[in-house]
Design a protein around this ligand. Structure first.
Ligand SMILES: C[S@@+](CC[C@H](N)C(=O)[O-])C[C@H]1O[C@@H](n2cnc3c(N)ncnc32)[C@H](O)[C@@H]1O
Length: 208
């Protein structure tokens, strides 16, 4: 591993806007504004852009990769964003990080597709993960899912039909005006890279 990457991984947990251990009382911000999570935030572009766009809400990007969280944290600090932070953990462990019913919304943005059938359980929209998200969300909590992978999207639609309720389904976010405007106005890093190569799919849903 390059020395610089290792250094980033070693120091990331000491940053003020990065959490590697759960906060007492699950209070990650000084106010009681709604809490929005981005699952698999990578370098944090989307979490930061949403925090800039909605200063009245708090955003936490979650990812397992320390070097990505390091960059996300530095970029949020440069912008002096008080309503953006990052959590470095496995999504599998997110249930221990937030009190039950404390999260208002979750964005699952361009997760890895895990195409092989034996790896489907690793998909961040599998039933196993939906059960984890359900515990964290408020009773009326909403999830948003964006992907460029049709097979993953169709799979996720099936899982949500079985375990929740689809509120909105858009099969070509940038090819029309379906869905909320924010879908076209704030893009993730992956979305910016792949939106010219095919449709972007979006699902808004609840878990029952
Ligand atoms: C394809 S990238 C998408 C990044 C970003 N959401 C975007 O749209 O630009 C997927 C990210 O999810 C993270 N990830 C995948 N599985 C994870 C897991 N089980 N726990 C934590 N992070 C995970 C990876 O480290 C990676 O940064």
């Amino acid at each position: 591993m390059p020395r610089n990457k290792q250094k980033q991984i070693d120091e990331v947990c000491s940053f003020e806007n990065v959490f590697c251990e759960p906060c007492v009382d699950g209070k990650y911000f000084e106010n009681d504004a709604p809490l929005i999570l981005e699952i698999g935030c990578g370098y944090g572009h989307y979490t930061i852009a949403m925090a800039e766009r909605f200063p009245e809400k708090n955003f936490l990007g979650v990812d397992k990769k320390g070097d990505r969280i390091w960059n996300a944290s530095k970029n949020a600090s440069k912008l002096s964003l008080k309503n953006a932070g990052f959590v470095r953990i496995l999504i599998e462990e997110i249930g221990d990080f937030f009190p039950e019913g404390s999260v208002d919304e979750i964005w699952i943005t361009f997760p890895d597709p895990f195409s092989k059938p034996c790896k489907h359980k690793k998909r961040l929209t599998s039933a196993r993960f939906l059960a984890i998200y359900k515990r964290l969300l408020k009773p009326d909590g909403i999830l948003h899912f964006k992907t460029d992978n049709l097979k993953l999207f169709d799979y996720s639609v099936e899982v949500v039909r079985e375990h929740g309720e689809i509120l909105e389904e858009v099969r070509d976010v940038h090819g029309g005006s379906d869905g909320p405007q924010i879908l076209r106005e704030v893009l993730t890093h992956y979305e910016g890279k792949f939106m010219d190569k095919g449709p972007i799919y979006y699902l808004r849903f609840r878990i029952s």
